[in-house]
Ligand binder design. Structure first.
Ligand SMILES: *[C@@H]1O[C@H](CO)[C@@H](O)[C@H](O)[C@H]1NC(C)=O
Ligand SMILES: *[C@@H]1O[C@H](CO)[C@@H](O)[C@H](O)[C@H]1NC(C)=O
Ligand SMILES: *[C@@H]1O[C@H](CO)[C@@H](O)[C@H](O)[C@H]1NC(C)=O
Ligand SMILES: *[C@@H]1O[C@H](CO)[C@@H](O)[C@H](O)[C@H]1NC(C)=O
Ligand SMILES: *[C@@H]1O[C@H](CO)[C@@H](O)[C@H](O)[C@H]1NC(C)=O
Ligand SMILES: *[C@@H]1O[C@H](CO)[C@@H](O)[C@H](O)[C@H]1NC(C)=O
Ligand SMILES: *[C@@H]1O[C@H](CO)[C@@H](O)[C@H](O)[C@H]1NC(C)=O
Ligand SMILES: *[C@@H]1O[C@H](CO)[C@@H](O)[C@H](O)[C@H]1NC(C)=O
Ligand SMILES: *[C@@H]1O[C@H](CO)[C@@H](O)[C@H](O)[C@H]1NC(C)=O
Ligand SMILES: *[C@@H]1O[C@H](CO)[C@@H](O)[C@H](O)[C@H]1NC(C)=O
Ligand SMILES: *[C@@H]1O[C@H](CO)[C@@H](O)[C@H](O)[C@H]1NC(C)=O
Ligand SMILES: *[C@@H]1O[C@H](CO)[C@@H](O)[C@H](O)[C@H]1NC(C)=O
Length: 486
């Protein structure tokens, strides 16, 4: 028998068996021969809990002895319902939960696991299981939560899991799984809420059938070798909050249907070969907190409607071909912590390339501003000094910025990294630079700076200039190198 027919027939048998129990009961009551029927039920119970007992022993015997410490309570002096990580249903004394997360277990997953027919939750998260994921898991039609993440499971994701039609959470991230994601899974798991296969080596494209997982809220396939494109059908996942497809070798464009996923909290497709323009006004995700589009081939202008995602915390658009002027008003993004527009092709003409900086002054949690090597032109507005003093990293290097460095920059008291190098700045370095007490990396090289502003009259100013001179010394030694996009 193929594993599929085997597991199906097991399921059918069990279902028959369960419907038999009440029948036996009523018949027994009618005949008033409770004794015989009870003993029959007892036999059934014994048979079943013995099955669980043997299945658990088989599970244990597949763990290498030197890695079994966490299972020392798994011995006959204790009923198996009290073994470490095991929970049973109160009525039937059958195993319903196995939670062995982070127990240092090394070994393979016994096929006997498929005999624990009352199992609802299996977590082997963060151990060192090797070998394949047992196809017998497909027998566990009551299974709701399967967590195999952070192990060394190899081979394919078993197609038999499609029989676990009660599955809500499936997580097999950070293993060594290969092959295609079985399209059958997507047809038959209508209750699936979480699908996490991040950091494996799955190939063969992201199957469009995933669009059938209509309960899905969390989709994380980050770090696989899928290739292909983003299936249009993913736009059917109306409940989706997390859309994480970064680093999956996908190309093409973001299909318009994705812009219909208005509940998205995180949209991450960084490190792919995606391209094309994003809709100027149709990029509407009111709940979005994390937007990661870095390191693709997106072009056209930065969508204006991003400014309506008022919950945004991380905005990462670096390493693309975005062009034109950044005309966004970010003043509505009060929670913004990181904005990265670095390595793009903006329009350097005119003096207002960085005009949008003023709107960032409302972002009181701002920490990182990455704008280097993006062909920004124009002046650095005085309003830079009105950015939140939570900013610790600001990189403006390798652009076409001109005019003087505004002295207001000294307001950013907690700045640790400031990159202004390779621009067309003129004038002198403002003495207020000395107020940047936290500075660790300051880069001003390759400009037309004539020296340090020296109009110090008060002792305070003189002190700041002294510090500035020390910093200047630092400048000569340091080459700014930071990496913000991940
Ligand atoms: C199975 O259940 C029966 C009846 O409840 C009990 O006597 C027996 O000890 C149980 N066996 C195991 C291994 O738990
Ligand atoms: C069996 O489990 C109990 C309960 O954890 C423990 O006290 C006992 O040492 C174990 N026995 C063996 C032989 O490991
Ligand atoms: C994984 O388990 C080990 C103990 O075996 C623990 O030290 C580590 O913190 C765990 N890691 C995670 C990510 O849970
Ligand atoms: C349990 O599972 C194993 C392996 O899948 C199988 O050989 C065995 O017959 C099953 N049944 C019982 C009652 O243990
Ligand atoms: C897997 O288990 C870990 C540790 O308990 C937990 O943080 C994670 O949310 C679980 N994943 C799923 C999908 O249940
Ligand atoms: C992933 O699989 C592909 C094709 O089977 C192979 O070429 C590649 O080396 C694998 N990558 C890793 C990181 O194992
Ligand atoms: C499942 O997805 C496929 C591919 O998108 C589609 O053709 C099929 O109609 C879907 N089936 C159901 C039941 O939604
Ligand atoms: C977006 O959703 C609306 C309403 O459900 C639907 O009419 C439209 O076709 C969808 N657009 C795309 C591109 O899927
Ligand atoms: C963006 O790239 C596509 C090809 O990938 C091209 O057709 C389109 O004209 C480009 N748009 C802009 C604004 O450069
Ligand atoms: C922001 O949302 C409002 C209300 O939906 C809309 O009128 C406005 O055009 C949007 N602004 C942008 C820049 O998309
Ligand atoms: C800053 O926020 C206030 C209050 O939410 C708002 O009225 C103002 O327009 C915002 N400023 C900018 C520059 O967007
Ligand atoms: C910066 O803030 C100060 C005080 O809140 C205000 O007076 C000034 O106009 C602002 N400057 C700019 C350029 O926004």
């Amino acid at each position: 028998m193929s594993p599929v027919t085997k597991s199906l027939s097991n399921t059918v048998l069990l279902a028959l068996f369960l419907t038999l129990i009440p029948l036996l009961h009523s018949k027994a009551l009618a005949l008033d021969t409770t004794m015989s029927s009870l003993s029959l039920i007892d036999t059934i119970n014994v048979a079943s809990n013995e099955t669980d007992f043997h299945a658990l022993l088989a599970f244990k015997s597949n763990i290498f002895p030197e890695y079994q410490q966490a299972l020392s309570s798994w011995n006959e002096s204790l009923h198996f319902c009290h073994w470490e990580g095991v929970q049973c249903g109160r009525r039937h004394q059958r195993v319903t939960v196995i939670d062995l997360a982070s127990k240092g277990l090394t070994g393979s997953l016994s096929p006997y696991i498929g005999n624990l027919s009352f199992l609802q939750e299996l977590s082997l998260y963060n151990n060192t299981f090797i070998g394949e994921i047992s196809t017998e898991l497909g027998n566990l039609f009551r299974l709701q939560d399967l967590n195999l993440s952070i192990n060394n499971f190899e081979g394919n994701i078993p197609t038999s899991l499609s029989h676990c039609f009660n599955l809500r959470y499936f997580s097999a991230g950070q293993n060594k799984l290969v092959g295609e994601f079985p399209k059958e899974l997507a047809y038959s798991l209508p209750r699936l809420i979480t699908l996490n296969v991040r950091l494996n080596n799955l190939t063969g494209g992201i199957p469009p059938s995933i669009g059938n997982l209509t309960s899905l809220q969390y989709l994380n396939v980050y770090g696989n070798s899928f290739g292909g494109s983003i299936p249009n059908a993913l736009g059917q996942l109306k409940s989706l909050s997390y859309f994480i497809l970064s680093d999956t070798q996908i190309s093409g464009t973001i299909p318009p249907s994705v812009y219909n996923l208005t509940l998205l909290v995180r949209l991450s497709v960084a490190d792919n070969l995606l391209g094309g323009e994003l809709p100027t006004f149709g990029f509407m995700f009111p709940l979005l907190q994390i937007l990661q589009l870095s390191n693709n081939e997106f072009n056209g202008s930065v969508p204006l409607s991003i400014s309506n995602s008022s919950q945004l915390v991380q905005l990462e658009l670096g390493f693309n071909y975005f062009s034109g002027k950044v005309k966004n008003d970010f003043g509505n993004l009060h929670l913004l912590s990181l904005i990265s527009l670095r390595f793009n092709n903006f329009d350097p003409r005119g003096s207002d390339g960085l005009a949008f900086l003023s709107s960032l002054t409302n972002c009181s949690n701002l920490r990182g501003v990455g704008l280097e090597e993006s062909q920004f032109g124009g002046i650095l507005p005085n309003s830079v000094g009105n950015l939140s003093n939570t900013v610790f990293l600001m990189t403006l290097g390798r652009n076409q910025l001109y005019g003087s460095i505004p002295s207001t920059i000294g307001n950013l008291a907690y700045l640790q990294t400031l990159g202004l190098d390779h621009n067309l700045f003129t004038g002198s370095i403002p003495g207020s630079i000395g107020f940047l007490r936290s500075i660790q990396r300051l880069s001003i090289a390759n400009n037309n700076i004539s020296g340090l502003a020296c109009s110090a009259e008060s002792p305070k100013d003189r002190m700041s200039i002294n510090i500035a001179l020390q910093e200047l010394h630092l400048v000569k030694k340091n080459i700014l190198k930071v990496n913000m996009d991940s």
